[in-house]
Design a protein around this ligand. Sequence first.
Ligand SMILES: *Cc1c(COP(=O)(O)O)cnc(C)c1O
Length: 389
Amino acid sequence: MGSVNRAQLFTTGVNTRVIHHKENFSEETGSIMPPIFPTSTFVHGNDGGFDYTRSGNPNFRILESVLSDLEECQFASVFSSGVAAITAIVSSLKAGDLILCEENLYGCTVRLFEQVFKSFGLETLWIDFTKSNFQEVISNHKPAMIWIESPTNPLLKIIDIEEICDFSNKMQIPVVVDNTFATPLLQKPLKLGATLSLTSTTKYINGHSDALGGAVCTESSVWRDKLNFAQKALGLNPSPFDCWLITRGIKTLPLRLERQINNAFKIANQLVDNPVIKSVRYPFRPDHPQYKLAKRQMMSGGAIVTATVNASQSQTYSFCKSLRFFKMAESLGGIESLVCHPSTMTHASVSKETKLKIGITDSLIRFSVGCENIEDLSADLNQALGIIS
Ligand SMILES: *Cc1c(COP(=O)(O)O)cnc(C)c1O
């Protein structure tokens, strides 16, 4: 299937590979873009091995092939959202199992573990992987799984993936890395030893804020089978149309990201110079606490900038509201710039004590920098900062 030969594909550059796919279903028709297969079921015994869309569809397969190509790994499984991908992984555990988690995980991951899976007997332990002696914690508690995120949301902490995987692999404990913020273009967790690399494709991968999706990449066929089982058994499958949209979005991922990263770095530097701003976090700025690790682990600093404002919660809120091009909204990674107030938005479901403990204060803001002209973004920030100064 497809006109591009597989061996040839692995020697081509990533900008080419996101555009020319191994699977495209175009040989028979000459179509440049893959079709959408809006079918619930398939004739028994077909060559593609499809039977029912809850357990597979040509549009899933096309997207899985592009995603595994991006991550340079063997397998990818797609889901209806990032949260569905997390559910698929966790559903492979059993009551009494412990997940050792980085304490600054995405808010909905925390909610899923603490408010859903806890009542099924799953246990969690939260630590700061940048500070704790995690080797001791792992040896003492023998977790069934380790769950990290790097850079973390919204604090942009950088966690040493390779160091954690080296230790956990010896004890045969699977490590899950939520790679949503970095994307496989900036960081490939599986190459650093992770068992599973998870992405909310809703964010940078699709990049146009018009679909939800999730994916898990792995080199393990055992895990691939567990994930595909969860997809059909729990009904976590995406829709063929969403997969088609995300496949289309990926074609411009390298282009979009390049612009977004350039814009983000400039914005981080601009904010540092403003007296209204107390502190700025950006992984590739030398004042970032894990700057050296970030430089080693990531291809670039990404396109998210976090800042603390010298202002009250209501002033911080007014600042976010008075931005013109940075729309105040949840989510990130799209071509449009967004601003978020994590304490009342993405991390609203996290308890006040936990928020304070990990550093999500009322004056913290997160920028997802888009593809607009930098001059416009820069002027927009200056006018909104003017309001609270
Ligand atoms: C958005 C996000 C998720 C969840 O993805 P959805 O597609 O919204 O379900 C998980 N992890 C991170 C880091 C995210 O930003």
